[in-house]
Design a binder for this molecule. Sequence first.
Ligand SMILES: [Zn+2]
Length: 435
Amino acid sequence: MRLLFYIILTFFTWTVSAATIDVENIRIWAAPENTRIVLDLSGPIDHELTKLNDPFRAVVDISNARLKNDLSQPVDADRYLRRLRSANHEDDLRVVLDLKKFAIVKSFQLEPNKTYGYRLVIDLSSDDNQETDVIDENTKSIDEILAPRDVVIAIDAGHGGEDPGSIGPSGTYEKDIALILAKKLVAKINQVHGMKAVLIREGDYYVRLRDRIDKARKHNADLFVSVHADAFTDPRVSGSSVYVLSQKGASSEHAKWLAAKENASDLIGGVKLEDKDDVLASVLLDLSQTASLEASIDVADKILAGLKSVGKLHKRRVESAAFAVLKSPDIPSVLVETAYISNPGEEKKLRSPSHQEALTSALLAGLEAYFRFNPPDNSIISQYRSLEYVISRGDTLSDIASRHRVSLSSLRQANGLASDKIRIGQKLIIPLSGS
Ligand SMILES: [Zn+2]
C-alpha cells in the first residue's frame, strides 16, 4: 500500500514539473510610489530574478514556461518601466524589464483566489518612499503652529488595482465606485472653509491597508474615512452601513463576515501577511485605541444620520468589527459601506451620478455635524463654531440648507439674506443652530 502511494506521489510530482506553464496575461499597476507587474500563470512556477546595472534591468527567468499572449503593454508613462521584453530559451521563458532608473525589485508568487489564478508579482519601488510627504514641524514658526488650522479628513477609496473588491451583478467593480465617491467627497470637503481633505488612493492601484493609515498620519489627519460598496451572498440585501473598529469582537455575524472579507484585501492586493511587526503593533494599538474609538463611534453616528436622508440603512446602529484598515490608534476611523453592490438596484444607483452626488452630500453633512460639535483644538472650526460655505455652480439656498441640516430661515438669518438669490463664489456662514 505504502509503495503504491509513493509511486502515485512520484508520478504526480513528475507531471507537475513536466507540464509547461502558460503565462496568460500581464497587468501593470502604476501607483505614485511603486509599480506592480502581475503575470497570470496557468500553474505554480519556478523562477529566478536577476538585477543588472548599466543600464538598469530586471531579468525574470521562468522554468518550463511559455508565453500564451503577447506581453507588450504601453509603459511610456511609467515611472520605472521603460520596456518589457520576453524570449523563449529552450523550455524556459525569460522576461526582461528595462528600467528608466534604479529601482528596488522584488518578486513573489501568489496562490489563486476568487478573482485570479496563480500569479507572479514583480514590484518596482524606490527606497526614498519613507521620506516623501513628511511634514517637518521644525521648519514651522511658532505663529504658524499656533495659527488656526483646517480640520484634515483622510478619504480612502477601498481596494484598487489587483484587488477589485466586490463585483456587482452587471460587472461594476467596488474599487471603481469607491474611487468615484471618494473623489467627489474630497471635492465637497475642500469647498468648506475650515476643512481639508486628503485622498488616500488617487488611482487604480493597490495600497496596503497599513500604508493607507500611514499616509493619513503623515498628513496629520483628524479623521480617517474608508469608502466601500458592500456585497453579500443574498442579492436582496440592501442599504448603507457604517462601521467602527472593534478589537473585542464583531457586533454581528454579518459584520464579522464583512471584516474578514475586507481584511483579505491585502492578500488579493498581493501583500504577504507575514510582517513580524504586526504582533507588536497590535499590542500598542490596544493601549491607545480607546480614546479614538469613542470619537469614531460619534462620527459614525453622524454619518449614519446623514445617509438616512438619501436611502435605506442596512442597520440603524453603527456596527463594529476588526477591520484592519481602521486600526489606527490615534486617528478616529470609520468604514462606510455606501450600499450593496451585489443588489442589482443598488448597483445601478451607485453608478448614477445623481445618486453619487446625494451620497457624498450626505457623507459631508455627517462629517460637518461631527466637527461642528467636536472641533479639534486650534482648528478654524473651533474658533467660529460655524462653517463657511463657498457657493458653486448649481447650488441653491434650500439645497445648501438641507445638505447642512439647518433650516432655510436660520441660514437666511445668519447671512442677512432678504431673498434666496445667491451667486457663485459667495461665502455663506452655516450656523450651528438649527441642526
Ligand atoms: Zn470593500
